[in-house]
Design a protein around this ligand. Structure first.
Ligand SMILES: Nc1nc2c(ncn2[C@@H]2O[C@H](COP(=O)(O)OP(=O)(O)O)[C@@H](O)[C@H]2O)c(=O)[nH]1
Ligand SMILES: [Mg+2]
Length: 193
């Protein structure tokens, strides 16, 4: 559910970047932060955990403007990928309006991707999200690696729901904006005041 501030005439949506550890979630957010107009993008907050970076920041998207006079803001989060952080993943998904699943295209990551995807779907169920209508975009990242899985293979394994997918090289900013645009669009389209 978005957070609506009637005094400020602002709607805040929550987007979560989900996926196995090291698939490129943090890199996506860093690139979005770099690409977006700094005036529309607040400071990025990086929370350090022992093994991994987790972070969030929020920004005002360029092209969405306003819905019924309310300005639209997105708060974006990444989740730690490691299995032992299951509790924090649950917490971060709480109240999420949409999710980007970032998969690693390297063939050695097939199982990790699948495990993380299954964990996400289980969390959707426990949060009461409808898996069919819930805003979800898949990003097949690290397409620049020497060895990558076929897109059809990745779809067969991770995308039985037929969600929109994007190929990306997050490190170079490729596919990053396309991904966030699609999930924002799905979120806003679904939302009615
Ligand atoms: N080759 C390649 N490496 C990437 C890409 N995106 C991210 N990485 C690297 O993968 C590692 C993990 O990235 P990070 O964003 O921290 O992953 P996270 O654990 O999902 O947040 C880092 O060394 C990144 O530089 C990519 O598109 N291609
Ligand atoms: Mg990270």
């Amino acid at each position: 559910m978005p957070y609506i501030n009637y005094d400020k005439q602002e709607i805040a949506f929550k987007i979560v970047y989900f996926g196995p550890g090291m698939s490129g979630k943090t890199t996506n957010l860093i690139k979005i932060h770099e690409i977006l107009d700094p005036q529309k993008c607040s400071e990025m907050v990086v929370l350090d955990t022992e093994e991994e970076r987790t972070l969030f920041f929020d920004f005002l998207p360029f092209d969405l403007g306003s819905i019924c006079g309310f300005s639209v803001r997105f708060n974006m989060y990444t989740v730690p990928g490691q299995v032992q952080y299951e509790a924090s993943r649950k917490l971060i998904l709480d109240g999420a309006d949409g999710v980007v699943f970032v998969a690693d295209s390297h063939p050695s990551k097939r199982e990790e991707n699948l495990l993380s995807y299954q964990m996400m779907t289980e969390n959707f169920v426990s949060h009461g999200f409808d898996p069919v209508t819930y805003p979800l975009v898949l990003q097949f990242n690290k397409r620049d690696l020497d060895q990558v899985m076929n897109i059809s293979e990745m779809n067969a394994s991770l995308n039985k729901g037929g969600h929109k997918t994007f190929e990306a090289v997050a490190l170079k900013g490729q596919g990053v904006i396309e991904t966030i645009k699609e999930v924002s669009k799905q979120i806003v389209t679904r939302f009615e005041i």
